[in-house]
Design a protein around this ligand. Sequence first.
Ligand code: COA
Length: 144
Amino acid sequence: MSDFSVVTADWSNVADRARCAEIRETVFIQEQSVPVEEEWDDDDATSVHALALDLDGTPIGTGRLLPDGHLGRIAVLKQWRGLGVGAAIMNALIAHANDAQLSGLVLNAQTHAIPFYESLGFRVDGDEFMDAGIPHVAMYLSTS
Ligand code: COA
Protein backbone atom coordinates (compact mmCIF):
# COMPACT_ATOMS: atom_id res chain seq x y z
CA MET A 1 0.00 0.00 0.00
CA SER A 2 1.22 3.52 -0.82
CA ASP A 3 1.67 5.99 2.00
CA PHE A 4 -0.67 8.94 2.08
CA SER A 5 -3.05 10.61 4.51
CA VAL A 6 -6.41 12.34 4.20
CA VAL A 7 -7.11 15.50 6.20
CA THR A 8 -9.96 18.00 6.35
CA ALA A 9 -9.21 21.27 4.57
CA ASP A 10 -10.70 24.64 5.53
CA TRP A 11 -11.78 26.60 2.42
CA SER A 12 -11.55 29.88 4.37
CA ASN A 13 -7.85 29.20 5.00
CA VAL A 14 -5.82 30.54 2.06
CA ALA A 15 -3.21 27.77 2.16
CA ASP A 16 -5.77 24.96 2.42
CA ARG A 17 -7.85 26.47 -0.38
CA ALA A 18 -4.79 26.74 -2.64
CA ARG A 19 -3.90 23.08 -2.05
CA CYS A 20 -7.40 21.85 -2.97
CA ALA A 21 -7.61 24.24 -5.91
CA GLU A 22 -4.25 23.06 -7.26
CA ILE A 23 -5.56 19.49 -7.60
CA ARG A 24 -8.84 20.54 -9.24
CA GLU A 25 -7.00 22.88 -11.61
CA THR A 26 -4.72 20.02 -12.73
CA VAL A 27 -7.39 17.30 -12.97
CA PHE A 28 -10.59 19.03 -14.03
CA ILE A 29 -9.48 22.19 -15.84
CA GLN A 30 -6.24 21.00 -17.48
CA GLU A 31 -6.76 17.24 -17.91
CA GLN A 32 -10.54 17.13 -18.49
CA SER A 33 -10.98 20.63 -20.05
CA VAL A 34 -13.76 21.63 -17.68
CA PRO A 35 -14.43 25.38 -18.24
CA VAL A 36 -12.89 27.48 -15.44
CA GLU A 37 -16.20 29.27 -14.81
CA GLU A 38 -17.93 25.91 -14.20
CA GLU A 39 -15.26 24.54 -11.87
CA TRP A 40 -15.50 27.19 -9.14
CA ASP A 41 -18.85 27.93 -7.46
CA ASP A 42 -20.34 29.24 -4.23
CA ASP A 43 -20.70 25.69 -2.82
CA ASP A 44 -16.97 25.54 -2.03
CA ALA A 45 -17.40 28.03 0.82
CA THR A 46 -20.02 25.90 2.58
CA SER A 47 -18.59 22.42 1.83
CA VAL A 48 -16.40 20.12 3.89
CA HIS A 49 -13.24 19.56 1.84
CA ALA A 50 -11.03 16.49 2.09
CA LEU A 51 -7.39 16.73 1.03
CA ALA A 52 -5.10 13.75 0.41
CA LEU A 53 -1.38 14.32 1.01
CA ASP A 54 1.69 12.23 0.24
CA LEU A 55 4.36 11.58 2.89
CA ASP A 56 5.99 14.95 2.12
CA GLY A 57 2.70 16.80 2.59
CA THR A 58 2.25 17.39 -1.14
CA PRO A 59 -1.42 17.44 -2.24
CA ILE A 60 -2.41 14.39 -4.34
CA GLY A 61 -6.22 14.40 -4.23
CA THR A 62 -9.31 16.20 -3.01
CA GLY A 63 -13.12 16.10 -2.80
CA ARG A 64 -16.01 17.93 -1.16
CA LEU A 65 -19.27 17.31 0.72
CA LEU A 66 -22.06 19.90 0.53
CA PRO A 67 -24.28 20.48 3.58
CA ASP A 68 -27.20 18.86 1.71
CA GLY A 69 -25.35 15.53 1.25
CA HIS A 70 -24.02 16.05 -2.28
CA LEU A 71 -20.51 14.70 -2.82
CA GLY A 72 -18.41 16.06 -5.64
CA ARG A 73 -15.18 17.36 -7.18
CA ILE A 74 -13.48 14.04 -6.35
CA ALA A 75 -10.07 14.16 -8.00
CA VAL A 76 -6.77 12.29 -7.68
CA LEU A 77 -3.59 13.19 -9.56
CA LYS A 78 -3.00 10.79 -12.45
CA GLN A 79 0.20 9.28 -11.01
CA TRP A 80 -1.64 8.39 -7.77
CA ARG A 81 -4.71 6.68 -9.26
CA GLY A 82 -5.52 3.05 -8.57
CA LEU A 83 -3.83 3.16 -5.16
CA GLY A 84 -6.87 3.71 -2.93
CA VAL A 85 -6.56 7.50 -2.62
CA GLY A 86 -9.98 8.23 -4.16
CA ALA A 87 -11.66 5.65 -1.91
CA ALA A 88 -9.94 7.14 1.16
CA ILE A 89 -11.18 10.65 0.22
CA MET A 90 -14.72 9.32 -0.27
CA ASN A 91 -14.66 7.40 3.02
CA ALA A 92 -13.46 10.52 4.89
CA LEU A 93 -16.33 12.56 3.41
CA ILE A 94 -18.87 9.79 4.11
CA ALA A 95 -17.64 9.73 7.74
CA HIS A 96 -18.25 13.50 7.94
CA ALA A 97 -21.73 12.97 6.53
CA ASN A 98 -22.45 10.29 9.11
CA ASP A 99 -21.21 12.56 11.91
CA ALA A 100 -23.51 15.30 10.61
CA GLN A 101 -26.36 12.74 10.45
CA LEU A 102 -26.96 13.43 6.75
CA SER A 103 -29.33 10.71 5.62
CA GLY A 104 -29.12 10.68 1.79
CA LEU A 105 -25.74 10.87 0.05
CA VAL A 106 -25.89 11.63 -3.66
CA LEU A 107 -23.48 12.61 -6.43
CA ASN A 108 -23.27 13.17 -10.15
CA ALA A 109 -20.72 10.72 -11.51
CA GLN A 110 -18.77 11.01 -14.72
CA THR A 111 -19.80 7.77 -16.43
CA HIS A 112 -16.23 6.42 -16.57
CA ALA A 113 -16.14 6.63 -12.75
CA ILE A 114 -19.33 4.58 -12.16
CA PRO A 115 -17.36 1.43 -11.15
CA PHE A 116 -15.33 3.53 -8.68
CA TYR A 117 -18.46 4.81 -6.94
CA GLU A 118 -20.16 1.39 -7.14
CA SER A 119 -17.18 -0.08 -5.26
CA LEU A 120 -18.13 2.31 -2.42
CA GLY A 121 -21.80 1.24 -2.37
CA PHE A 122 -23.31 3.87 -4.67
CA ARG A 123 -25.96 2.92 -7.24
CA VAL A 124 -26.95 4.59 -10.51
CA ASP A 125 -30.24 6.51 -10.41
CA GLY A 126 -31.63 7.68 -13.74
CA ASP A 127 -30.44 8.44 -17.24
CA GLU A 128 -27.18 9.85 -18.52
CA PHE A 129 -26.92 13.65 -18.91
CA MET A 130 -24.24 16.12 -19.97
CA ASP A 131 -22.50 18.52 -17.55
CA ALA A 132 -19.45 20.63 -18.44
CA GLY A 133 -19.32 18.68 -21.72
CA ILE A 134 -18.86 15.34 -19.91
CA PRO A 135 -21.47 12.50 -19.66
CA HIS A 136 -22.74 12.00 -16.10
CA VAL A 137 -25.26 9.90 -14.17
CA ALA A 138 -26.84 10.57 -10.78
CA MET A 139 -25.89 8.06 -8.07
CA TYR A 140 -26.97 7.54 -4.46
CA LEU A 141 -25.46 5.63 -1.58
CA SER A 142 -27.38 2.42 -1.09
CA THR A 143 -27.76 1.49 2.56
CA SER A 144 -29.27 -1.95 1.88
N1 COA B 1 -12.76 1.75 -13.52
C1 COA B 1 -13.09 0.70 -12.72
N2 COA B 1 -12.83 0.66 -11.40
C2 COA B 1 -12.22 1.71 -10.86
C3 COA B 1 -11.83 2.84 -11.63
C4 COA B 1 -12.14 2.82 -13.02
N3 COA B 1 -11.82 3.88 -13.83
N4 COA B 1 -11.21 3.74 -10.82
C5 COA B 1 -11.21 3.18 -9.60
N5 COA B 1 -11.83 1.98 -9.62
C6 COA B 1 -12.05 1.07 -8.51
C7 COA B 1 -10.73 0.50 -8.03
O1 COA B 1 -10.42 -0.66 -8.76
C8 COA B 1 -11.02 0.21 -6.59
O2 COA B 1 -11.76 -0.97 -6.47
P1 COA B 1 -11.42 -2.06 -5.32
O3 COA B 1 -11.73 -1.36 -4.04
O4 COA B 1 -12.32 -3.19 -5.63
O5 COA B 1 -9.97 -2.35 -5.47
C9 COA B 1 -11.93 1.35 -6.19
O6 COA B 1 -12.54 1.83 -7.40
C10 COA B 1 -11.20 2.48 -5.52
O7 COA B 1 -10.18 2.93 -6.38
P2 COA B 1 -9.14 4.06 -5.97
O8 COA B 1 -7.76 3.62 -6.25
O9 COA B 1 -9.42 4.53 -4.58
O10 COA B 1 -9.54 5.22 -7.00
P3 COA B 1 -8.59 6.42 -7.47
O11 COA B 1 -7.70 6.89 -6.39
O12 COA B 1 -7.95 6.05 -8.76
O13 COA B 1 -9.68 7.58 -7.71
C11 COA B 1 -11.03 8.73 -9.35
C12 COA B 1 -10.75 7.40 -8.65
C13 COA B 1 -12.28 8.59 -10.21
C14 COA B 1 -11.28 9.82 -8.30
C15 COA B 1 -9.78 9.10 -10.20
O14 COA B 1 -9.68 8.16 -11.27
C16 COA B 1 -9.79 10.49 -10.80
O15 COA B 1 -9.41 11.46 -10.13
N6 COA B 1 -10.23 10.62 -12.07
C17 COA B 1 -10.24 11.93 -12.74
C18 COA B 1 -11.25 12.88 -12.11
C19 COA B 1 -12.64 12.29 -12.15
O16 COA B 1 -13.09 11.82 -13.18
N7 COA B 1 -13.32 12.36 -11.00
C20 COA B 1 -14.64 11.83 -10.85
C21 COA B 1 -15.61 12.90 -11.13
S1 COA B 1 -17.29 12.29 -11.00
